[in-house]
Ligand binder design. Structure first.
Ligand SMILES: Nc1nc2c(c(=O)[nH]1)N[C@H]1C(S)=C(S)[C@@H](COP(=O)(O)O)O[C@H]1N2
Ligand SMILES: [Mo]
Length: 412
């Protein structure tokens, strides 16, 4: 059995107000499981075992079939997440063995494309201008394991995310070559992985045409100056800066321009949030209903990376609170830090700006003047004026957890 301390380490030191009850994994299905897909094993958050899969450093294992591994807290002290420590998320267990780049082809077509064509890996790299963007890839369900009451799904702690410098062709340039017709409404994306049971719907996604044409949306073939790791989508994946990871299709093999709302389980039934609950600007209007809509941009968030629950700090000497902040692409305007449980706040110093889609580092020093317990908190605000919440915004699938952390330490 892991100790409570191991668990807190694995979850990034979030203080859990409700004691141990969050460890229990209930099987009630808040989101429909697709037909034929077994529910994930219970109790994953509690174990948080480290395991290294091929080409990766030891990561926090949530499940192996399909592979779901999160990044340990220590890797978030730098803005860029190393490829070998970058989290891994799959929905289906039918993952191709390492794809040979020279055998791979990408098909671009769909009924709203006038001139469908195919690309080799070489053509993808050489026929289009190469562009780079630093952007956070975060799973919609990051921190789901901290939801109270518990919701079903992969029981992520704080590490279902990472930040990288992505290099690739603009999706917009690739689509231009396919002659996008006026009636194009959505761009449908499919990867080489698939279900092992025929009844399970294949993992496919679509994005609105306007987001596909955004100059930051890429068909990426490099990550932090290296080829994509197999588990992160080799040889090429879609990168949708600002939007949650679900749209970042890995092992991309087809891109289809379509004129009707895409009809697939993973768009119609999964990855949805209640309408009106989150302060978001981007909406995927062709897929909205009166009650819910596809998740889009990430909410503003932060993570304290250098303070452990229960840590001791000396009286009359400064200690630093450090971490990272990010949002859905408006950019971080301010990170306020409190060392007194939220009674007073001080703006942190922000680190290098790698662009509005990147993690932004922050730090602030405090000097305790007397012995006793301190509660450390960080609250990020973006340039659109959105800030982190103090109370969890409940939603059936456990998305967009951006509750301000509260980490209890002791001045001695
Ligand atoms: N082909 C494929 N692409 C995929 C997925 C998948 O299951 N299959 N999962 C998506 C989801 S939900 C997330 S959060 C990101 C995770 O990216 P990573 O595994 O590179 O960290 O990949 C996205 N792209
Ligand atoms: Mo995800």
């Amino acid at each position: 059995m892991p100790s409570r301390r191991d668990i807190l380490k694995a979850t990034g030191g979030l203080v859990l107000a409700t004691g141990g009850s969050w460890l229990a994994s209930h099987a009630h299905a808040a989101v429909p499981n697709p037909p034929g897909l077994a529910p994930l094993p219970a109790g994953a958050v509690a174990s948080g075992d480290l395991e290294a899969i091929a080409g990766k450093l030891p990561l926090i294992k949530r499940s192996w079939r399909p592979p779901n591994y999160e990044t340990p807290l220590s890797y978030f002290s730098e803005e860029l997440t190393p490829n070998r420590a970058f989290f891994v998320r799959y929905h289906l267990a039918g993952i191709p063995a390492e794809i040979a780049a020279d055998k791979w082809t990408l098909k671009i077509g769909g009924e709203a494309a006038a001139t469908p064509f195919e690309l080799s890996f070489d053509q993808l790299k050489h026929d289009f201008p190469a562009v780079e963007v630093v952007a956070v890839n975060q799973c919609s369900g990051n921190r789901r394991g901290l939801f109270e009451p518990h919701v079903a799904g992969v029981e992520w702690g704080v590490g279902a995310m990472g930040n990288a410098r992505w290099k690739g062709a603009r999706l917009k340039d690739v689509l231009a070559k396919a002659g996008l017709k006026k009636e194009a409404l959505e761009i449908a994306l499919n990867g080489a992985d698939g279900p092992i049971m025929p009844a399970t719907p294949d993992f496919q996604k679509s994005i609105p045409v306007w987001k596909a044409l955004d100059e930051n949306t890429l068909v990426a073939y490099e990550m932090n100056g290296e080829p994509l790791p197999h588990w992160n989508g080799f040889p090429a994946r879609i990168v949708v800066p600002g939007w949650t990871g679900t749209y970042w299709m890995k092992h991309i093999v087809s891109i289809n321009a379509i004129s009707k709302p895409f009809d697939n389980f993973w768009v119609k039934s999964a990855y949805r949030i209640p309408v009106g609950k989150f302060p978001l600007i981007d909406h995927f209007t062709s897929q909205m209903t009166d009650v819910n809509e596809p998740i889009t941009e990430m909410v503003v968030n932060s993570l304290i990376t250098n303070i452990d629950t229960g840590q001791q700090v000396p009286v009359d000497r400064p200690f630093e609170v450090k971490g990272i902040a990010w949002d859905g692409g408006r950019g971080i305007a301010d990170v306020e830090i409190s060392a007194d449980g939220g009674r007073s706040w001080r703006s942190a110093t922000l680190g290098t700006d790698y662009g509005r889609f990147s993690f932004r580092r922050f730090s602030q020093a405090f000097t305790p003047t007397e012995r006793g317990a301190l509660i450390v908190m960080a609250r990020a605000t973006n340039r659109a004026g959105a800030t982190q919440t103090m109370e969890l915004i409940l939603n059936p699938a456990g998305y967009h957890h951006n509750v301000v952390q509260r980490i209890a330490i002791n001045a001695v």
